[in-house]
Design a protein around this ligand. Structure first.
Ligand SMILES: *[C@@H]1O[C@H](CO)[C@@H](O)[C@H](O)[C@H]1NC(C)=O
Ligand SMILES: *[C@@H]1O[C@H](CO)[C@@H](O)[C@H](O)[C@H]1NC(C)=O
Ligand SMILES: *[C@@H]1O[C@H](CO)[C@@H](O)[C@H](O)[C@H]1NC(C)=O
Length: 127
């Protein structure tokens, strides 16, 4: 499909605006750690509000942002990953969990970069 120049510009601006919401979680949040355990385990971080310049503690539940697809973690809003994943650990922004496969009775070690799922918007983590 070909767009006229103004339409192409609008399309790329819209894509840029959307992309910007999801960048810089790792760069603008610090002290990133896991808190709690089980289905309600959360990610906690101190995040910079780029509008005000303030830094504040924020939490978001991992299950709010992740799902388990047959033993692999994927980004998905309200994906409920921790209903079928256990033993999560964090290294920087990389989350590793053991996630159950569908129907095989086995679990796989799976890692995802939370930067691909979680953004910082005005000091608040979201996905
Ligand atoms: C971030 O700063 C803006 C502007 O001061 C403010 O409206 C917003 O509520 C702040 N966000 C948080 C999470 O406090
Ligand atoms: C899940 O993954 C296992 C191991 O790779 C595979 O044997 C099985 O067929 C997969 N199940 C589904 C529903 O994709
Ligand atoms: C695999 O498991 C997920 C989560 O438990 C479930 O939503 C999905 O329907 C299952 N898929 C298959 C093919 O069994």
């Amino acid at each position: 499909m070909r767009f006229s120049a103004p339409v192409a510009l609008l399309v790329s601006l819209a894509a840029l605006a959307q992309a910007q919401q999801f960048v810089n979680f790792g760069q603008t949040c610090s002290s990133i750690q896991l808190v709690g355990s089980g289905a309600t385990q959360q990610l906690e971080a101190t995040c910079r509000n780029t509008s005000s310049g303030d830094n504040g503690a924020q939490v978001i539940a991992l299950s709010t942002c992740l799902t388990n697809i047959n033993g692999s973690l994927r980004c998905q809003f309200n994906g409920n990953a921790l209903a079928s994943c256990t033993g999560c650990s964090l290294s920087g922004t990389s989350l590793t969990c053991s996630c159950a496969e569908n129907g095989t009775g086995q679990s796989d070690s799976t890692t995802i970069d939370l930067n691909t799922c979680i953004g910082n918007q005005n000091g608040r983590m979201f996905c």
